[in-house]
Design a protein around this ligand. Structure first.
Ligand SMILES: [Zn+2]
Ligand SMILES: [Zn+2]
Length: 350
């Protein structure tokens, strides 16, 4: 063990700083596994850590753990009492840490756990060469899926899948995706696989072009003064059947409600700033439904994988940039511009 006592990891201490550091490799305790990371990715929620000031971070008691909650790799050790997974298994690490025994965790919905903990806030996150995590967080990655595909499924594509199940896209429905970051782009890709007509909305021309490249039928500038008229025309006059907001921006969240037709459904996916809503005008008079969607449920993993496999969805096309971990500062700087698709770290040589 001595020759592998230390590992490389990426820290985001705040104020847009990134450090590539060396830290001790931990041993898995009872009920835990250790995964040799092969791929990890930058998520929009990592950028909250990146942008938050060091002063606010210390006020909140945020520790200096490795950043990240999206990864895939190979199990290289398991702790006492672990029968699954086994050493050598290819896995995706589910990105939420529940207590493991409350009713929400037992249902495979640790996002609702009152005792939840978080990668990079309470322990090292996934941008590290080795990750110790509860063995129950292992999601088997079958051999026909690359590690890159695994890390895409772990949060980005999985989040889109969970939201789309609620938006119910189909060949006779029109879907609007507000915010064309990696999750929004995945909503476009999977929405088309469901057969829906899909329009993407984003202020970045680069991201609108990515949405069209991935098969979107239309892409509209969210800053356009006639945005709602444009979406109404795209729908044929009645408005959209369903919208998904991945941006968390107040203006987009309001427009995602107002662009709906009668009985339409808006899915809230992006965490951000809250708009003011007029329930009578915006909700009651059109009998619309607003639903939240948080990641995906652990019990949805197999159906998510099967959906991507059956429809041969080219999810790798969501990746626009690949970096080595030592270039993490450049990778986060790019992610912060909100103009790219998915950004991946290759840990295979780290
Ligand atoms: Zn994520
Ligand atoms: Zn729990």
């Amino acid at each position: 063990m001595n020759q592998m006592a230390e590992m490389t990891c990426v820290l985001c201490p705040g104020d847009h700083q990134v450090e590539v550091a060396t830290t001790a490799i931990e041993h898995p305790g009872p009920g835990e596994m250790r995964v040799r990371t092969m791929a990890s990715a930058i998520c929009g929620s990592d950028l909250h850590h990146y942008r938050t000031s060091q002063r606010v971070r210390s006020e909140r008691g945020w520790s200096q753990y490795a950043i990240g909650h999206e990864s895939s790799g190979i199990v290289d050790a398991v702790g006492p009492g672990v029968h699954y997974p086994s050493e050598g298994d290819r896995v995706v690490v589910f990105g939420l840490l529940g207590c493991g025994h409350c009713k929400h965790c037992r249902r495979g919905e640790p996002m609702f756990c009152k005792g939840s903990r978080h990668f990079s806030r309470h322990q090292h996150g996934t941008d590290s060469a080795y990750l110790v995590a509860p063995a129950r967080n292992a999601l088997l990655l079958q051999d026909d899926f690359s590690f890159e595909m695994g890390v895409l499924l772990s949060c980005n594509v999985g989040t889109a899948y969970g939201a789309l199940r609620k938006a119910k896209p189909s060949g006779d429905r029109i879907l609007g995706v507000f915010g064309l970051g990696p999750v929004g782009l995945a909503c476009v890709l999977l929405g088309k696989a469901h057969g829906a007509s899909v329009v993407g909305i984003d202020p970045s021309a680069d991201r609108r072009n990515l949405a069209l490249h991935l098969g979107g039928d239309e892409a509209v500038d969210s800053a356009a003064s006639d945005l709602l008229e444009h979406l109404e025309a795209f729908s044929g006059g009645d408005g959209l059947h369903a919208t998904i907001d991945t941006s968390g921006q107040p203006s987009a969240r309001g427009a995602a409600i107002d662009a709906l037709r009668v009985h339409g459904t808006c899915i809230e996916v992006g965490v951000g700033h809250d708009p003011s809503i007029a329930p009578s005008e915006q909700i009651l008079f059109k009998e619309i439904t607003i639903r939240g969607s948080w990641l995906y449920k652990q019990y949805e993993w197999e159906s998510l994988v099967e959906f991507v496999r059956r429809h041969q969805i080219p999810i790798e096309n969501l990746i626009t940039h690949r970096f080595q971990p030592e270039d993490a500062a450049e990778a986060f700087e790019l992610a912060n511009t909100a103009t790219s698709g998915k950004i991946i770290f290759d840990w295979s040589q780290a």
